[in-house]
Design a protein around this ligand. Structure first.
Ligand code: CP
Ligand code: NVA
Length: 299
C-alpha cells in the first residue's frame, strides 16, 4: 500500500492482515514505536471528534508526532494549489491524513505527495471508519464472509465504503434508503464486478430481517446542512428503533459511525441498549488507523 484513499484500493488479504494487526495493537497499545521520529500532518476541512482525536492519539502512541493543520491556515486550492501543498508537505512530514469535501482533494494530494496519504473522510468515502467498523464486527464474533450487514439510511460516504468492503469480503450487504439517496452507482458496479453481494432496497424492515449487523448514519452529512429539512422528511421511515431492531437476529449488533442525531436516525433506546456496539466501534477507529499507519508509514 502506498496511500489509503479507498478500501477498493486494497485486497482481501491486506484487509485481513490489517484487522489482525489492529487487534494486536489494541492488546498492547504502546508496545510499538513504529512511527518514532516521524511526523504525520492531519489536515481538516470539516469538523471532527473521533478522526481528529484518534489520529492524534494513534500517532503519539506509535511514538510519532501528529500535527493538526486546519484549512483556515493553508486554504487548499485558494492560497496555493493542492499539488503545491503535497510537494511541500512531503519535504517536512512522513505521512498525511486529510478530511475534506471533494474526493478529488484527497486523490490530488495523494498523487502530488510522494508520502502516504490517508483518507479521513471525503464526500465520497470514509474508509478508516469502515475498517474500524469491520474490526468491531470481528471482535463481536461476526464472520466477515457470512454476516448480513443491513445499512439503513443515507447511501453516502460511509455506505459507499461499505460497498467497497463488500467487493473484498463475502458478507451480504443490504442498503435501505429512500429513492435518490442510494450509494454511488459506479462504486456499486465496481464492487459487484468483483463479486460483491449487495442489495439496494427501499424497505427498512425487509433490509433488517435476519441481519447480524444493523448500521445507520446521520440523515444530513457535513456539508449538506441546507438539505436538512427535506432529508428529515425523506428518511423519517428509516429510523433504527426497537421495533426495527426486533426484526434482526437476536444477537445482532448495532453500529453507528457517530456523531449521532439521537432520536432521528437512531433512538436513545437502541443507541444505549444492549445490542449497541457504537462506543467500541468509536474506539476501534484508533486501533484500525494505527494498523494502517504502521503498514503505510512505519518501518
Ligand atoms: N465517525 C467520525 O468520523 O467521527 P468524526 O466526524 O467526529 O471524526
Ligand atoms: N456521513 C457523515 C459521516 C460522519 C462521520 C458525514 O459525512 O457527515
Amino acid at each position: 500500500m502506498t496511500d489509503f484513499i479507498s478500501i477498493a484500493d486494497i485486497d482481501r488479504t491486506k484487509m485481513l492482515e490489517l484487522f489482525d494487526l489492529a487487534a494486536s495493537l489494541k492488546a498492547d497499545r504502546t508496545g510499538t514505536d513504529a512511527l518514532a521520529g516521524k511526523t504525520v500532518a492531519l489536515i481538516f476541512h470539516k469538523p471532527s471528534l473521533r478522526t481528529r482525536v484518534s489520529f492524534e492519539v494513534g500517532v503519539a502512541e506509535l511514538g510519532g508526532h501528529p500535527m493538526y493543520v486546519t484549512d483556515a491556515e493553508i486554504k487548499m486550492g485558494q492560497r496555493e494549489s493542492t499539488y503545491d501543498i503535497g510537494k511541500v508537505l512531503e519535504r517536512y512530514v512522513h505521512g498525511i491524513m486529510i478530511r475534506t469535501f471533494a474526493h478529488s482533494n484527497a486523490t490530488e494530494l495523494a498523487d502530488a505527495a510522494g508520502i502516504p496519504v490517508i483518507n479521513g473522510l471525503t464526500d465520497l468515502l470514509h474508509p478508516c471508519q469502515v475498517m474500524g467498523d469491520i474490526l468491531t464486527c470481528v471482535e463481536r464474533g461476526k464472520n466477515v464472509d457470512e454476516m448480513v450487514v443491513s445499512f439503513v439510511g443515507d447511501g453516502n460516504n460511509v455506505a459507499n465504503s461499505w460497498v467497497n468492503a463488500a467487493g473484498n469480503l463475502s458478507f451480504e450487504l443490504r442498503i435501505a434508503g429512500p429513492s435518490g439517496y442510494q450509494p454511488d452507482p459506479e462504486l456499486l458496479s465496481a464492487a459487484r464486478a468483483k463479486g460483491a453481494n449487495i442489495n439496494v432496497m427501499h424497505d427498512a424492515i425487509e433490509a433488517v430481517a435476519g441481519a447480524d449487523v444493523v448500521y445507520t448514519d446521520v440523515w444530513t452529512s457535513m456539508g449538506q446542512e441546507e438539505e436538512a429539512k427535506e432529508r428529515e422528511a425523506q428518511f423519517r421511515s428509516f429510523q433504527v428503533n426497537d421495533e426495527l431492531l426486533s426484526r434482526a437476529k437476536a444477537d445482532a449488533i448495532v453500529l453507528h459511525c457517530l456523531p449521532a442525531h439521537r432520536n432521528d436516525e437512531i433512538t436513545d433506546s437502541v443507541m444505549d441498549g444492549p445490542q449497541s456496539a457504537v462506543f467500541d466501534q468509536a474506539e476501534n477507529r484508533l486501533h484500525a488507523q494505527k494498523a494502517i499507519m504502521v503498514d503505510l508509514i512505519g518501518g
